[in-house]
Design a protein around this ligand. Structure first.
Ligand code: SF4
Ligand code: SF4
Length: 152
């Protein structure tokens, strides 16, 4: 699994969500409970980047669902044109982008749905699905060539 820690205080994906963690399910939480999303004062938290916020252990940001995935998207920086299509369409906000530049995949939260691959417009695509076990460096060596236009 790739960990893309943007800052030292980034607590993304610390908790593995699976049986035996001692965490209760959403349907077991006592009515009236308050589960704070952030540790401490959350004033102006909307102005901070996600990795600068101190998320509490109750927030899904601190959880990882990487073990749910069978296929993963692999990103090829050499081909990407930073169009942001993948960032816009990802249903899990798992495309990491800063200042309109694609940075990579948040593998702690990506579910492997392949929507980002479908909407990537480059030739060849800058995102391709590989099996979860494939090493990122191996995937990059298997990248397809540019498809030629068919003769009319
Ligand atoms: S595979 Fe799905 S969840 Fe993962 S980054 Fe792509 S669009 Fe997002
Ligand atoms: S959709 Fe493809 S080309 Fe556009 S930013 Fe994402 S990876 Fe890059």
């Amino acid at each position: 699994m790739q960990h893309l820690k943007l800052l030292a205080n980034d607590n993304r994906g610390l908790n593995e969500l699976e049986n035996g963690t001692g965490l209760v399910g959403w349907n077991e939480v006592t009515q009236g409970s308050i589960l704070p999303s952030f540790e401490g004062d959350a004033t102006n938290i909307a102005h901070l980047k996600s990795e600068e916020r101190t998320y509490s252990g109750y927030n899904s940001y601190t959880a990882t669902v990487a073990s749910w995935r069978v296929l993963k998207p692999v990103y090829n920086r050499d081909i990407c044109i930073d169009c942001q299509n993948c960032w816009v369409w990802c249903p899990d906000s798992s495309i990491l982008s800063r200042d309109k530049q694609m940075l990579g995949i948040d593998y702690d939260h990506c579910k492997g749905c392949s929507v980002c691959v479908e909407v990537c417009p480059t030739n060849p695509k800058s995102l391709i699905m590989f099996s979860e076990q494939t090493l990122l460096e191996d995937a990059l060596t298997q990248w397809p060539e540019k498809k030629k236009k068919e003769d009319k």
